[in-house]
Design a protein around this ligand. Structure first.
Ligand code: UDP
Length: 411
């Protein structure tokens, strides 16, 4: 296990972006937990929404006086191939789960759990990868309730994967999902829903000075914001469907010939599929003018792209939540997204963007064109979008919801 380096965060700084009542509620919940130590465990420090969330939630929690540590599992590709197969199986793909895979999962979890030192009053396990640590954690910290924070969509899981994970989930004290339907197939002692959130103060989301914007634009050259730009930011993953995004772009370009597409992606540390999918996307895009496949961009550059693009697309087939949607909406960029998972929680159809069925690339293309051809609509959707995210999807709201669950679980 290792502990990632975290940025400094002060709760006071959030007064600039969120209302006072919300911060008061957060402080009061934190006051009730001032002698509590929380341990978060997940499987990657970089790439993907969970790492993004923890990077901000953990330092803010500490600033509020609720001690929190974040430990990341150490594992090799063999383990991550197993857990990616589990992730895909739990989201509905027909991936196998052999006895050998189960043994790898158990052994790596055992080894990591044995390294946990220190005293904690509550443990939060993120996603299925570290769930196999539960028995060791119980031995080490017999009085600490264990919460499972599930960030993925479990509504239509492959039975073998569901059975394997259910065995562990039955033994946690409480589970947290991003939508109520996600937990339905699993029996567990208690469950809650908490919507994820973005950190408005992170380099990915905060307002940027002119020099930073100019440097990011230089880095993105020859992509240019003088012509229209559509962007999708996603890990290279079968569920994110970059090929569908390319198809939407091709259709929209028939009406808007100067259109450019940025497909921004990264390789998460726990996702061995990423490179192969990136190579397939890059191969397909190379034949396509004005398509830019961009990897491992710094956060400020992702920020500039989400901010300066005319429209963001999120063409997922499954999506636990999709922080990238709120990231774009917060920057006043309308989003055309699939009507799956957490995306419809974030996009209000015809108000902050458009929702389309995941196989309807023609309709998605039409909506992109409608937005590109109507500056007034772009601007009003952008204003609505910012307010929607301010109201529902900023960090202080999520942290307060989580702390309320900790209070309940520790009662
Ligand atoms: N992300 C990034 N660079 C990339 C691709 C993704 O910084 O090239 C970030 C993105 O901005 C977001 C997170 O990774 O904060 C992805 O979270 P999301 O919930 O959208 O999807 P997940 O990857 O967890 O399925």
């Amino acid at each position: 296990m290792h502990q990632p380096t975290l940025p400094a965060r002060s709760i006071d700084a959030y007064a600039a972006v969120t209302d006072r009542e919300r911060l008061d509620r957060l402080r009061s919940l934190a006051g009730a937990l001032s002698d509590v130590r929380v341990l978060h465990v997940n499987s990657t420090a970089v790439g993907g929404g969970v790492a993004e969330l923890l990077r901000s939630i953990v330092p803010v929690s500490n600033d509020l006086g609720v001690d929190a540590d974040w430990l990341v599992m150490d594992a090799d590709d063999e383990f991550f191939e197993v857990t990616k197969a589990m992730h895909n199986g739990l989201q509905g793909a027909d991936t196998s789960l052999t006895e050998e895979m189960k043994a790898t999962y158990r052994a790596v979890n055992e080894r990591n759990a044995a390294e946990i030192e220190g005293e904690y009053d509550l443990v939060v396990i993120h996603d299925p990868q570290p769930l196999g640590s539960i028995d060791r954690l119980r031995e080490r910290l017999p009085d600490a309730p264990i919460v499972w924070r599930c960030h993925i969509d479990l509504t239509d899981p492959a039975p073998a994967h569901l059975a394997f994970v259910s065995d562990y989930v039955a033994r946690v004290d409480h589970a947290i999902f991003s939508r109520s339907a996600y937990g339905a197939p699993i029996e567990m002692p208690a469950a809650s829903v908490v919507y994820p959130s973005i950190d408005p103060l992170a380099a990915k989301n905060r307002a940027l000075d002119d020099d930073t914007v100019a440097a990011a634009c230089d880095r993105l050259d020859p992509l240019s914001f003088d012509a229209p730009v559509v962007t999708q930011v996603s890990r290279f993953d079968p569920w994110k469907d970059q090929f569908g995004t390319l198809e939407i772009f091709r259709r929209a370009r028939e009406q808007v010939p100067s259109l450019q597409l940025a497909l921004v992606g990264s390789m998460a540390g726990d996702d061995p599929e990423g490179l192969a999918i990136y190579e397939r996307v890059a191969r397909e895009a190379v034949a396509e003018p004005d398509v830019y496949v961009l990897t491992d961009l710094p956060d400020a550059t992702v920020n500039v792209l989400q901010r300066r693009s005319d429209v963001v697309v999120q063409k997922s087939i499954r999506e636990g939540f999709g922080l990238v949607v709120s990231e774009a909406l917060w920057k006043r960029t309308p989003v055309v997204g699939s009507n799956v998972g957490g995306i419809p929680l974030q996009i209000e159809d015809g108000h902050t963007g458009y929702l389309v069925e995941p196989d309807d690339v023609a309709r998605a293309g039409d909506h992109v064109v409608e937005l590109l051809q109507d500056e007034e609509r772009l601007a009003s959707f952008g204003t609505n979008a910012r307010e929607r995210v301010r109201e529902r999807f900023l960090l202080p709201r999520q942290l307060a919801d989580q702390l309320a669950i900790y209070v309940e679980v520790l009662d």
